[in-house]
Design a protein around this ligand. Structure first.
Ligand SMILES: [Cu+2]
Length: 199
């Protein structure tokens, strides 16, 4: 029996202006700067928590605000259709790109901050989210602790991303060297997951 088609109406949610835009490169820069992996209550209300910020329940700088949606959540809600509904969103192929890029941000944060497993909540996080809990629904079973590791060294894959702060630095250097402060058109980067450049 045929099912309904994938629906997208990007930026079309006029009832909710906050989700009529996509995350900005600066949002990723800010999120990657957060120093603490997670904070009590280890939930969607956590403040100054990298985990809650990349998920998108707090401002990119880490402050929790119940009306804010950012980063991963904002990209879902921007789609305003199949990809914006929790139980349906994997049906839209964009889901794979969004979650791959979210994992790339997580991997970059692990590389930059080298946190160690002690920062991962041992208890009091929601069921399934404590350090030694298995990640549902993966099989064979794997714990959160086992996945709290950088991809290149531990998981056999790597991301090729030029992070936005690096693009900004390159543009500034080019402008200074050329004696011009006119912002040049940034060429396409080697990022395969998302090109953050803007012309
Ligand atoms: Cu998602």
């Amino acid at each position: 029996r045929p099912t309904s088609p994938i629906r997208r109406n990007p930026a079309g949610n006029v009832e909710r202006p906050m989700v009529q835009r996509l995350p900005e490169p600066q949002d990723v820069v800010d999120c990657l700067d957060l120093k603490t992996f997670d904070t009590p209550p280890y939930y969607s209300t956590s403040s100054e928590s990298f985990r809650n910020t990349v998920e998108g329940y707090s401002a990119p700088q880490g402050g929790y605000d119940p009306v804010v949606r950012s980063l991963h959540n904002l990209a879902h809600l921007f789609l305003n259709g199949t990809g914006g509904q929790t139980h349906l969103s994997p049906n839209d192929p964009i889901f794979v790109l969004l979650h791959t890029f979210t994992d790339a941000i997580f991997d970059e944060w692990l590389s930059r901050h080298a946190p160690g497993i002690a920062v991962y909540p041992e208890e009091d996080a929601p069921i399934g989210h404590n350090r030694q809990f298995n990640m549902v629904p993966f099989w064979p079973p794997v714990t959160n602790a086992e996945m709290f590791v950088t991809a290149p060294e531990n998981l056999g894959y790597t991301y090729e991303v030029t992070w936005p702060s690096e693009i900004v630095a390159a543009v500034l250097v080019a402008a200074v060297v050329s004696g011009s402060w006119r912002v040049p058109c940034v060429p396409a980067t080697s990022a395969r997951l998302r090109d953050w450049s803007r012309c």
